[in-house]
Ligand binder design. Structure first.
Ligand code: EPZ
Length: 435
Protein backbone atom coordinates (compact mmCIF):
# COMPACT_ATOMS: atom_id res chain seq x y z
CA UNK A 1 0.00 0.00 0.00
CA UNK A 2 1.31 3.46 -0.89
CA UNK A 3 1.35 5.89 2.02
CA UNK A 4 1.84 9.57 2.69
CA UNK A 5 3.47 11.13 5.75
CA UNK A 6 2.41 14.68 6.64
CA UNK A 7 3.79 16.95 9.39
CA UNK A 8 0.99 18.95 10.97
CA UNK A 9 0.89 22.50 12.28
CA UNK A 10 2.30 24.26 9.20
CA UNK A 11 -0.11 26.78 7.57
CA UNK A 12 -0.25 26.26 3.79
CA UNK A 13 1.08 29.21 1.85
CA UNK A 14 1.53 29.29 -1.91
CA UNK A 15 -0.12 29.18 -5.29
CA UNK A 16 -1.19 26.30 -7.46
CA UNK A 17 -2.54 25.44 -10.90
CA UNK A 18 -5.33 22.85 -10.69
CA UNK A 19 -5.27 19.64 -12.78
CA UNK A 20 -7.89 18.87 -15.44
CA UNK A 21 -11.28 17.61 -14.26
CA UNK A 22 -11.63 13.88 -13.54
CA UNK A 23 -15.43 13.91 -13.62
CA UNK A 24 -15.32 16.10 -16.71
CA UNK A 25 -12.92 13.97 -18.74
CA UNK A 26 -14.41 10.52 -18.02
CA UNK A 27 -17.72 11.12 -19.88
CA UNK A 28 -15.82 13.04 -22.58
CA UNK A 29 -13.54 10.05 -23.16
CA UNK A 30 -16.66 7.86 -23.56
CA UNK A 31 -18.04 10.49 -25.97
CA UNK A 32 -14.79 10.26 -27.98
CA UNK A 33 -16.08 6.91 -29.27
CA UNK A 34 -18.92 8.69 -31.07
CA UNK A 35 -18.79 9.92 -34.66
CA UNK A 36 -15.70 10.30 -36.80
CA UNK A 37 -12.37 12.02 -36.77
CA UNK A 38 -9.67 12.18 -34.12
CA UNK A 39 -10.33 13.78 -30.75
CA UNK A 40 -7.48 15.60 -28.96
CA UNK A 41 -7.94 16.42 -25.27
CA UNK A 42 -5.62 18.93 -23.61
CA UNK A 43 -5.15 19.26 -19.83
CA UNK A 44 -6.24 15.64 -19.39
CA UNK A 45 -5.38 14.70 -15.79
CA UNK A 46 -2.75 11.98 -15.24
CA UNK A 47 -4.81 9.87 -12.82
CA UNK A 48 -5.76 6.24 -12.27
CA UNK A 49 -9.33 6.60 -13.51
CA UNK A 50 -8.16 8.03 -16.84
CA UNK A 51 -5.54 5.27 -17.22
CA UNK A 52 -8.19 2.58 -16.64
CA UNK A 53 -10.63 4.25 -19.05
CA UNK A 54 -8.02 4.49 -21.82
CA UNK A 55 -7.29 0.80 -21.27
CA UNK A 56 -10.96 -0.03 -21.90
CA UNK A 57 -10.99 2.17 -25.01
CA UNK A 58 -7.93 0.41 -26.43
CA UNK A 59 -9.62 -2.98 -25.86
CA UNK A 60 -12.63 -1.67 -27.80
CA UNK A 61 -10.37 -0.89 -30.75
CA UNK A 62 -9.58 2.80 -30.22
CA UNK A 63 -6.14 4.08 -31.11
CA UNK A 64 -5.00 6.12 -28.08
CA UNK A 65 -1.89 8.31 -27.69
CA UNK A 66 -0.84 10.16 -24.56
CA UNK A 67 1.89 12.80 -24.42
CA UNK A 68 2.00 14.52 -21.04
CA UNK A 69 -1.45 16.06 -20.47
CA UNK A 70 -2.55 15.65 -24.11
CA UNK A 71 -4.57 12.55 -25.01
CA UNK A 72 -5.50 11.75 -28.63
CA UNK A 73 -8.20 9.23 -29.53
CA UNK A 74 -9.13 7.73 -32.93
CA UNK A 75 -12.26 5.59 -32.59
CA UNK A 76 -12.82 5.04 -36.33
CA UNK A 77 -11.95 1.34 -36.14
CA UNK A 78 -14.05 0.50 -33.07
CA UNK A 79 -16.01 -2.71 -33.76
CA UNK A 80 -15.73 -4.41 -30.36
CA UNK A 81 -18.72 -3.95 -28.04
CA UNK A 82 -17.88 -6.22 -25.09
CA UNK A 83 -16.24 -4.87 -21.94
CA UNK A 84 -14.96 -7.65 -19.69
CA UNK A 85 -15.45 -7.71 -15.91
CA UNK A 86 -11.79 -7.41 -15.02
CA UNK A 87 -11.52 -4.12 -16.92
CA UNK A 88 -14.88 -2.67 -15.86
CA UNK A 89 -14.41 -3.46 -12.17
CA UNK A 90 -11.48 -1.08 -12.01
CA UNK A 91 -13.64 1.91 -12.73
CA UNK A 92 -17.34 2.55 -12.03
CA UNK A 93 -17.73 5.09 -14.78
CA UNK A 94 -17.21 2.27 -17.32
CA UNK A 95 -21.03 2.22 -17.26
CA UNK A 96 -20.86 5.32 -19.50
CA UNK A 97 -19.66 3.08 -22.33
CA UNK A 98 -23.17 1.59 -22.32
CA UNK A 99 -24.60 4.80 -23.78
CA UNK A 100 -21.55 5.47 -25.95
CA UNK A 101 -21.49 1.97 -27.53
CA UNK A 102 -25.27 2.01 -28.10
CA UNK A 103 -24.86 5.41 -29.71
CA UNK A 104 -21.97 4.29 -31.89
CA UNK A 105 -22.60 0.65 -32.87
CA UNK A 106 -26.02 -0.12 -31.35
CA UNK A 107 -24.64 -2.95 -29.22
CA UNK A 108 -23.01 -3.24 -25.78
CA UNK A 109 -22.14 -6.02 -23.36
CA UNK A 110 -20.65 -5.00 -20.00
CA UNK A 111 -20.93 -5.87 -16.31
CA UNK A 112 -23.18 -3.93 -13.97
CA UNK A 113 -20.72 -1.72 -12.05
CA UNK A 114 -21.88 -2.90 -8.63
CA UNK A 115 -21.47 -0.97 -5.43
CA UNK A 116 -18.39 0.61 -3.92
CA UNK A 117 -17.11 2.17 -0.71
CA UNK A 118 -19.66 5.00 -0.68
CA UNK A 119 -22.83 3.12 -1.46
CA UNK A 120 -24.80 0.60 -3.51
CA UNK A 121 -24.80 2.90 -6.54
CA UNK A 122 -27.51 1.17 -8.58
CA UNK A 123 -27.93 2.02 -12.26
CA UNK A 124 -31.71 1.67 -12.49
CA UNK A 125 -32.08 5.27 -13.73
CA UNK A 126 -29.54 4.59 -16.49
CA UNK A 127 -31.36 1.42 -17.61
CA UNK A 128 -34.86 2.93 -17.40
CA UNK A 129 -33.77 5.92 -19.50
CA UNK A 130 -31.97 3.88 -22.17
CA UNK A 131 -35.00 1.58 -22.42
CA UNK A 132 -37.18 4.66 -22.96
CA UNK A 133 -34.86 5.44 -25.88
CA UNK A 134 -35.73 2.01 -27.28
CA UNK A 135 -32.73 -0.01 -26.10
CA UNK A 136 -33.42 -3.66 -25.30
CA UNK A 137 -31.28 -4.44 -22.23
CA UNK A 138 -31.07 -7.85 -20.59
CA UNK A 139 -29.70 -8.09 -17.03
CA UNK A 140 -28.02 -11.38 -16.22
CA UNK A 141 -29.14 -12.91 -12.89
CA UNK A 142 -28.52 -10.24 -10.31
CA UNK A 143 -25.78 -10.97 -7.79
CA UNK A 144 -26.12 -9.57 -4.30
CA UNK A 145 -24.12 -6.61 -3.09
CA UNK A 146 -21.82 -7.76 -0.34
CA UNK A 147 -18.66 -6.43 1.13
CA UNK A 148 -15.94 -8.84 2.14
CA UNK A 149 -13.98 -7.02 4.91
CA UNK A 150 -10.97 -9.21 4.18
CA UNK A 151 -10.68 -7.92 0.66
CA UNK A 152 -9.24 -4.63 -0.40
CA UNK A 153 -11.73 -2.26 -1.96
CA UNK A 154 -10.92 -3.25 -5.53
CA UNK A 155 -11.68 -6.91 -4.73
CA UNK A 156 -14.77 -5.80 -2.84
CA UNK A 157 -15.92 -4.19 -6.02
CA UNK A 158 -15.36 -7.52 -7.80
CA UNK A 159 -17.34 -9.36 -5.12
CA UNK A 160 -19.99 -6.67 -5.48
CA UNK A 161 -20.14 -7.24 -9.23
CA UNK A 162 -23.58 -8.43 -10.24
CA UNK A 163 -24.49 -9.86 -13.67
CA UNK A 164 -23.60 -8.77 -17.19
CA UNK A 165 -25.76 -6.36 -19.19
CA UNK A 166 -26.51 -7.19 -22.83
CA UNK A 167 -27.91 -4.23 -24.76
CA UNK A 168 -29.30 -3.96 -28.30
CA UNK A 169 -29.91 -0.52 -29.73
CA UNK A 170 -31.08 -1.48 -33.23
CA UNK A 171 -34.45 0.22 -32.84
CA UNK A 172 -33.45 3.19 -30.65
CA UNK A 173 -35.05 6.59 -31.18
CA UNK A 174 -35.37 9.96 -29.45
CA UNK A 175 -37.68 10.14 -26.42
CA UNK A 176 -38.96 12.47 -23.69
CA UNK A 177 -37.38 11.36 -20.41
CA UNK A 178 -38.06 12.68 -16.92
CA UNK A 179 -35.43 11.49 -14.42
CA UNK A 180 -36.73 10.63 -10.95
CA UNK A 181 -33.44 11.96 -9.54
CA UNK A 182 -30.88 14.22 -11.24
CA UNK A 183 -28.31 11.43 -11.59
CA UNK A 184 -25.05 12.69 -13.13
CA UNK A 185 -24.18 9.35 -14.74
CA UNK A 186 -27.69 8.67 -16.03
CA UNK A 187 -27.85 12.15 -17.59
CA UNK A 188 -24.48 11.53 -19.26
CA UNK A 189 -25.53 8.10 -20.53
CA UNK A 190 -28.69 9.54 -22.09
CA UNK A 191 -26.67 12.23 -23.89
CA UNK A 192 -24.09 9.69 -25.12
CA UNK A 193 -26.81 7.43 -26.54
CA UNK A 194 -29.08 10.16 -27.95
CA UNK A 195 -26.65 12.37 -29.89
CA UNK A 196 -26.57 10.15 -33.00
CA UNK A 197 -30.11 8.73 -32.71
CA UNK A 198 -32.88 9.82 -35.12
CA UNK A 199 -35.31 12.28 -33.50
CA UNK A 200 -35.16 14.67 -30.57
CA UNK A 201 -34.52 13.62 -26.97
CA UNK A 202 -35.67 15.77 -24.06
CA UNK A 203 -34.42 15.16 -20.53
CA UNK A 204 -36.28 16.71 -17.61
CA UNK A 205 -34.77 16.90 -14.12
CA UNK A 206 -31.35 16.33 -15.65
CA UNK A 207 -28.27 16.70 -13.46
CA UNK A 208 -26.93 20.28 -13.49
CA UNK A 209 -23.30 19.50 -12.58
CA UNK A 210 -20.80 21.58 -14.62
CA UNK A 211 -19.29 18.36 -15.96
CA UNK A 212 -22.53 17.84 -17.93
CA UNK A 213 -22.08 21.30 -19.47
CA UNK A 214 -18.53 20.34 -20.43
CA UNK A 215 -19.79 17.15 -22.09
CA UNK A 216 -22.42 19.14 -24.03
CA UNK A 217 -19.85 21.80 -25.02
CA UNK A 218 -17.44 19.08 -26.21
CA UNK A 219 -20.14 17.37 -28.31
CA UNK A 220 -21.52 20.64 -29.71
CA UNK A 221 -18.01 21.61 -30.83
CA UNK A 222 -18.05 18.29 -32.73
CA UNK A 223 -21.33 19.20 -34.46
CA UNK A 224 -23.95 17.90 -32.03
CA UNK A 225 -27.01 20.03 -31.26
CA UNK A 226 -27.53 19.98 -27.49
CA UNK A 227 -29.23 22.79 -25.56
CA UNK A 228 -29.57 23.08 -21.78
CA UNK A 229 -31.97 25.35 -19.88
CA UNK A 230 -31.30 24.65 -16.16
CA UNK A 231 -32.42 21.02 -15.60
CA UNK A 232 -33.94 20.62 -19.07
CA UNK A 233 -31.71 19.24 -21.84
CA UNK A 234 -32.74 19.05 -25.50
CA UNK A 235 -30.69 16.82 -27.84
CA UNK A 236 -31.40 17.13 -31.55
CA UNK A 237 -30.35 13.64 -32.70
CA UNK A 238 -29.09 12.36 -36.04
CA UNK A 239 -25.69 14.09 -35.95
CA UNK A 240 -22.34 12.43 -36.56
CA UNK A 241 -19.81 14.17 -34.27
CA UNK A 242 -16.62 15.22 -36.07
CA UNK A 243 -13.01 15.84 -34.99
CA UNK A 244 -12.16 18.32 -32.24
CA UNK A 245 -9.32 19.61 -30.08
CA UNK A 246 -10.73 20.36 -26.58
CA UNK A 247 -9.11 21.65 -23.39
CA UNK A 248 -10.37 20.18 -20.11
CA UNK A 249 -11.36 22.67 -17.44
CA UNK A 250 -9.85 22.66 -13.95
CA UNK A 251 -11.19 20.03 -11.54
CA UNK A 252 -13.61 21.78 -9.19
CA UNK A 253 -13.44 19.04 -6.52
CA UNK A 254 -9.63 19.10 -6.45
CA UNK A 255 -9.87 22.91 -6.24
CA UNK A 256 -12.29 22.64 -3.33
CA UNK A 257 -10.01 20.14 -1.62
CA UNK A 258 -7.09 22.61 -1.64
CA UNK A 259 -9.26 25.51 -0.47
CA UNK A 260 -10.39 23.32 2.44
CA UNK A 261 -6.73 22.39 3.05
CA UNK A 262 -5.98 26.09 3.47
CA UNK A 263 -8.92 26.36 5.90
CA UNK A 264 -7.69 23.31 7.84
CA UNK A 265 -4.13 24.63 8.18
CA UNK A 266 -5.05 28.33 8.73
CA UNK A 267 -3.18 29.11 5.55
CA UNK A 268 -3.36 31.23 2.40
CA UNK A 269 -3.68 29.67 -1.06
CA UNK A 270 -3.83 31.27 -4.53
CA UNK A 271 -5.59 29.19 -7.22
CA UNK A 272 -4.29 30.37 -10.60
CA UNK A 273 -7.01 28.71 -12.74
CA UNK A 274 -10.09 28.83 -10.49
CA UNK A 275 -12.96 26.92 -12.21
CA UNK A 276 -15.77 29.26 -11.01
CA UNK A 277 -18.25 26.51 -10.09
CA UNK A 278 -17.87 26.37 -6.32
CA UNK A 279 -20.28 29.03 -5.08
CA UNK A 280 -21.72 26.78 -2.36
CA UNK A 281 -18.21 26.12 -0.98
CA UNK A 282 -17.10 29.76 -1.21
CA UNK A 283 -20.23 30.88 0.64
CA UNK A 284 -19.51 28.34 3.40
CA UNK A 285 -15.81 29.26 3.66
CA UNK A 286 -16.70 32.92 4.17
CA UNK A 287 -19.23 31.91 6.86
CA UNK A 288 -16.40 29.96 8.53
CA UNK A 289 -14.30 33.14 8.69
CA UNK A 290 -12.27 32.88 5.49
CA UNK A 291 -11.29 35.79 3.24
CA UNK A 292 -11.78 35.45 -0.53
CA UNK A 293 -10.41 37.70 -3.25
CA UNK A 294 -11.12 36.92 -6.91
CA UNK A 295 -9.53 38.51 -9.95
CA UNK A 296 -10.30 37.07 -13.39
CA UNK A 297 -9.21 33.40 -13.37
CA UNK A 298 -7.39 33.74 -10.03
CA UNK A 299 -8.80 33.21 -6.55
CA UNK A 300 -6.95 34.04 -3.32
CA UNK A 301 -8.25 32.38 -0.16
CA UNK A 302 -7.00 32.75 3.38
CA UNK A 303 -8.16 31.48 6.76
CA UNK A 304 -6.04 33.57 9.17
CA UNK A 305 -7.43 31.87 12.30
CA UNK A 306 -9.10 28.61 13.37
CA UNK A 307 -12.18 28.07 11.18
CA UNK A 308 -15.55 28.66 12.87
CA UNK A 309 -17.77 25.57 12.54
CA UNK A 310 -21.03 26.23 10.62
CA UNK A 311 -24.10 25.01 12.53
CA UNK A 312 -25.45 22.92 9.64
CA UNK A 313 -24.32 21.95 6.12
CA UNK A 314 -26.00 19.49 3.80
CA UNK A 315 -24.85 17.99 0.50
CA UNK A 316 -27.06 18.19 -2.58
CA UNK A 317 -26.88 17.84 -6.35
CA UNK A 318 -25.35 20.90 -8.07
CA UNK A 319 -25.56 23.80 -7.35
CA UNK A 320 -25.79 22.53 -3.76
CA UNK A 321 -22.76 21.70 -1.62
CA UNK A 322 -20.95 18.87 -3.45
CA UNK A 323 -21.04 15.43 -1.85
CA UNK A 324 -17.45 14.92 -3.07
CA UNK A 325 -16.30 17.65 -0.66
CA UNK A 326 -18.25 16.28 2.30
CA UNK A 327 -15.42 14.29 3.84
CA UNK A 328 -12.79 17.01 3.23
CA UNK A 329 -15.18 19.45 4.96
CA UNK A 330 -15.61 16.97 7.84
CA UNK A 331 -11.82 16.98 8.29
CA UNK A 332 -11.83 20.77 8.56
CA UNK A 333 -14.70 20.74 11.08
CA UNK A 334 -12.85 18.11 13.13
CA UNK A 335 -10.29 20.78 14.05
CA UNK A 336 -12.55 23.85 13.86
CA UNK A 337 -13.85 26.11 16.62
CA UNK A 338 -17.27 24.92 17.76
CA UNK A 339 -19.60 22.15 16.61
CA UNK A 340 -21.57 21.58 13.44
CA UNK A 341 -23.76 19.01 11.69
CA UNK A 342 -23.14 17.67 8.18
CA UNK A 343 -26.07 15.96 6.43
CA UNK A 344 -25.19 13.67 3.50
CA UNK A 345 -28.14 13.54 1.11
CA UNK A 346 -26.58 11.99 -2.00
CA UNK A 347 -24.86 8.72 -1.02
CA UNK A 348 -25.99 6.37 1.73
CA UNK A 349 -22.57 5.26 2.97
CA UNK A 350 -20.28 8.26 2.71
CA UNK A 351 -19.27 8.74 6.35
CA UNK A 352 -16.54 6.10 6.39
CA UNK A 353 -13.84 8.73 6.87
CA UNK A 354 -15.32 9.59 10.29
CA UNK A 355 -13.94 6.39 11.84
CA UNK A 356 -10.41 7.27 10.70
CA UNK A 357 -10.75 10.88 11.87
CA UNK A 358 -11.83 9.60 15.30
CA UNK A 359 -8.52 7.71 15.42
CA UNK A 360 -6.90 11.16 15.20
CA UNK A 361 -8.91 12.37 18.18
CA UNK A 362 -11.86 13.83 16.26
CA UNK A 363 -15.19 14.01 18.09
CA UNK A 364 -17.83 12.79 15.61
CA UNK A 365 -21.24 11.25 16.27
CA UNK A 366 -23.04 9.64 13.34
CA UNK A 367 -26.84 9.46 13.37
CA UNK A 368 -28.18 8.11 10.07
CA UNK A 369 -27.38 10.62 7.33
CA UNK A 370 -26.13 13.21 9.84
CA UNK A 371 -22.69 13.59 11.39
CA UNK A 372 -22.24 15.93 14.37
CA UNK A 373 -18.63 17.14 14.54
CA UNK A 374 -17.24 18.96 17.59
CA UNK A 375 -13.93 20.64 16.81
CA UNK A 376 -10.92 19.79 18.93
CA UNK A 377 -7.12 19.48 18.75
CA UNK A 378 -6.29 16.54 16.49
CA UNK A 379 -3.38 14.21 17.15
CA UNK A 380 -1.25 12.45 14.58
CA UNK A 381 -1.80 8.77 13.89
CA UNK A 382 -1.59 6.15 11.16
CA UNK A 383 -4.90 6.07 9.28
CA UNK A 384 -6.26 4.34 6.16
CA UNK A 385 -7.96 5.99 3.17
CA UNK A 386 -11.52 4.52 3.03
CA UNK A 387 -12.17 5.89 -0.50
CA UNK A 388 -10.95 8.51 -2.95
CA UNK A 389 -12.20 11.70 -1.27
CA UNK A 390 -11.84 10.24 2.24
CA UNK A 391 -8.12 9.76 1.60
CA UNK A 392 -7.76 13.42 0.67
CA UNK A 393 -9.78 14.36 3.76
CA UNK A 394 -7.33 12.49 6.00
CA UNK A 395 -4.49 14.56 4.52
CA UNK A 396 -6.39 17.70 5.55
CA UNK A 397 -6.74 16.31 9.08
CA UNK A 398 -3.00 15.52 9.16
CA UNK A 399 -2.19 19.12 8.20
CA UNK A 400 -3.75 20.31 11.46
CA UNK A 401 -2.72 17.46 13.79
CA UNK A 402 0.24 17.63 16.16
CA UNK A 403 3.15 15.56 14.89
CA UNK A 404 3.54 13.42 11.77
CA UNK A 405 0.59 11.37 10.50
CA UNK A 406 0.72 8.48 8.06
CA UNK A 407 -2.08 7.85 5.55
CA UNK A 408 -2.10 4.41 3.91
CA UNK A 409 -4.15 3.32 0.90
CA UNK A 410 -3.09 6.26 -1.24
CA UNK A 411 -3.84 4.15 -4.36
CA UNK A 412 -7.39 5.36 -3.83
CA UNK A 413 -6.40 9.01 -3.89
CA UNK A 414 -4.29 8.53 -7.04
CA UNK A 415 -7.49 7.62 -8.89
CA UNK A 416 -8.59 11.26 -8.78
CA UNK A 417 -5.65 13.44 -7.68
CA UNK A 418 -2.61 13.65 -9.99
CA UNK A 419 -0.12 14.07 -7.16
CA UNK A 420 -1.45 15.15 -3.76
CA UNK A 421 2.06 15.18 -2.24
CA UNK A 422 3.41 17.38 -5.06
CA UNK A 423 0.53 19.83 -4.73
CA UNK A 424 0.68 20.08 -0.93
CA UNK A 425 4.47 20.56 -1.07
CA UNK A 426 3.91 23.35 -3.62
CA UNK A 427 1.73 24.96 -0.94
CA UNK A 428 4.43 24.67 1.71
CA UNK A 429 3.44 21.45 3.45
CA UNK A 430 6.02 18.96 4.76
CA UNK A 431 4.97 15.77 2.99
CA UNK A 432 6.80 12.63 1.96
CA UNK A 433 5.73 9.41 0.29
CA UNK A 434 6.39 5.76 1.10
CA UNK A 435 5.85 2.96 -1.43
C1 EPZ B 1 -20.88 11.14 -10.25
O1 EPZ B 1 -21.18 9.81 -9.84
C2 EPZ B 1 -19.44 11.39 -9.85
N1 EPZ B 1 -18.57 10.46 -10.55
C3 EPZ B 1 -19.28 11.21 -8.34
O2 EPZ B 1 -17.92 11.53 -8.00
C4 EPZ B 1 -20.20 12.21 -7.65
O3 EPZ B 1 -20.12 11.99 -6.25
C5 EPZ B 1 -21.65 11.99 -8.11
O4 EPZ B 1 -21.71 12.09 -9.56
C6 EPZ B 1 -22.61 13.01 -7.53
O5 EPZ B 1 -22.19 14.29 -7.86
C7 EPZ B 1 -18.22 10.74 -11.83
O6 EPZ B 1 -18.65 11.72 -12.41
C8 EPZ B 1 -17.29 9.77 -12.48
P1 EPZ B 1 -25.18 9.92 -9.49
P2 EPZ B 1 -22.56 9.10 -10.32
O7 EPZ B 1 -25.65 9.01 -10.55
O8 EPZ B 1 -22.86 9.49 -11.72
C9 EPZ B 1 -28.17 7.24 -6.96
C10 EPZ B 1 -15.81 11.23 -7.03
O9 EPZ B 1 -15.43 11.17 -5.86
N2 EPZ B 1 -28.48 6.60 -8.25
O10 EPZ B 1 -25.53 11.37 -9.55
O11 EPZ B 1 -22.49 7.67 -9.99
C11 EPZ B 1 -26.78 6.87 -6.48
O12 EPZ B 1 -26.80 5.64 -5.79
C12 EPZ B 1 -17.09 10.49 -7.45
O13 EPZ B 1 -15.23 11.86 -7.95
C13 EPZ B 1 -29.53 5.67 -8.32
O14 EPZ B 1 -30.20 5.40 -7.34
O15 EPZ B 1 -23.60 9.83 -9.34
C14 EPZ B 1 -26.44 8.03 -5.58
O16 EPZ B 1 -27.02 7.80 -4.31
C15 EPZ B 1 -17.74 9.75 -6.29
N3 EPZ B 1 -29.80 5.08 -9.50
C16 EPZ B 1 -27.12 9.21 -6.25
O17 EPZ B 1 -28.13 8.65 -7.12
C17 EPZ B 1 -29.07 5.36 -10.64
O18 EPZ B 1 -29.37 4.79 -11.71
C18 EPZ B 1 -26.18 10.09 -7.07
O19 EPZ B 1 -25.64 9.28 -8.08
C19 EPZ B 1 -28.01 6.29 -10.54
C20 EPZ B 1 -27.74 6.90 -9.34
Amino acid sequence: MKSLKIKGGIPLKGEICIQGSKNGVLPILAASLLGEGPVVLENCPVIGDVKDTLQIMKKLGCTVWREGDVVSVDASSVREFVIEKEEAVRIRSSVLFLGALLGKIKKAVLPQPGGCAIGMRPIDLHLESLRQLGAVIEEENEGSWKENPNQDQRETQVSAQTGMLTADGTHMHGAHIRLRFPSVGATENIILAAVMLPGETIVEQAAREPEIDQLCEFLNLRGAKIKREKDLIRIKGGTVPGPVRYRMKADRIVTGTYLLAAAASRGTVMIRNFPQELDALLYLLEKMGGDIYQEEQKLLFSMPHRAHAPAFVETAPYPGFPTDLQSPLMAVLAGADGAGVIKENVFENRFRTAGQLVRMGAQIEIDGSCARVTGCKLCSNTVKAPDLRGGAALALAALQADGVSTITGMEYVERGYEDLARDLRMLGAQVWEER
